[in-house]
Design a protein around this ligand. Sequence first.
Ligand SMILES: Nc1nc2c(ncn2[C@@H]2O[C@H](COP(=O)(O)OP(=O)(O)OP(=O)(O)O)[C@@H](O)[C@H]2O)c(=O)[nH]1
Ligand SMILES: [Zn+2]
Length: 334
Amino acid sequence: MSGRYGEHDVEHYERPRRRTRPRTKERPSYDDAADGTVVTVDRGRFTLLVEGRTVMAMKARPLGRKGVVVGDRVRVVGDVSGADGSLARIVEVGDRSTVLRRTADDDDPVERVLVANASQLVVVTALADPEPRSRWIDRALVAAYDGGLAPLLCLTKADLEDPETLLSTYRSLGVPWVVTHRDSDRRIVGLEGLQERLTGHTSVLIGTSGVGKSTLVNAIVPDADRAIGHVNAVTGQGRHTSTSAMMLALPDEAGWIVDTPGIRSFGLAHVQPEHLIGAFPDLDEMTEDCPRGCTHGDDEPECGLDEAVARGDADADRVSSFRRLLAARSVTEY
Ligand SMILES: Nc1nc2c(ncn2[C@@H]2O[C@H](COP(=O)(O)OP(=O)(O)OP(=O)(O)O)[C@@H](O)[C@H]2O)c(=O)[nH]1
Ligand SMILES: [Zn+2]
């Protein structure tokens, strides 16, 4: 088996093996398997893209309880024609370059991977109607940094409110941003900036209800409804009632977006301070002499971040913004 698949999986999913079984049987080679990407998941059925075809699949037995999520690169065998009623089998799941996770709930330490292999998290926030909630934004940023995704702030409805106040909160973190608004002809302005930022990425779009995320998805993927309708026709869903994420191709092969209709928030109980600070190498460097177990939070007595600020080696705003993110991990209401 190639090292790329199966052997370095993030989760353990196989029951202990009986050693008497011959190895070739335990790890059959799937040389004839096709490569696919998981586009959406619905009740144990996976919609894949295999060489441009929409293919329905289920997990093969050896995968057991192994999670397979949107964005996963998989190997499939069986009927990969995509013909009506056909069902292929997923036999391997590729290593994940990134994982967007959530704890099911801050009191429940079970981690769930929401999307695999995305490179960017687009945090969609309205500047007004509904009012922006910076705690929510902070939590989304934490999920991005922790998961290895580059964050992008997408601020909508700039026709209702100036973006400056909100942007000033995030400037010291260096989060890139785009702003959109609607003009008097009800056209969305600022899409080019967003499209430019999406190019070359697989971007997960997240936003709370009413921020204008659907408006953006429909504007940047003109046949989004048709693509979703097509998948639902195959899966037997009447309309897009699924709460699952769905991956959609951008025009001109510019990249992919993952729409997340059912995902409004993240439980962050799994996020470790040591891991989060890794997303800020300049700050991370200042924590080398921190006492063991230092969380680098506000109330740490001898944190290297304070010393760095005192010496003038670190920007106080940046440190306090980082600490705001740290604190946002454990806040449940926002
Ligand atoms: N003023 C203004 N309104 C907008 C803008 N973009 C979207 N809207 C309106 O905001 C409302 C919500 O937009 P949607 O795109 O449905 O929001 P959503 O985030 O997909 O919300 P859900 O469907 O609940 O997930 C709609 O009435 C849109 O017409 C904008 O730039 N400016
Ligand atoms: Zn520290």
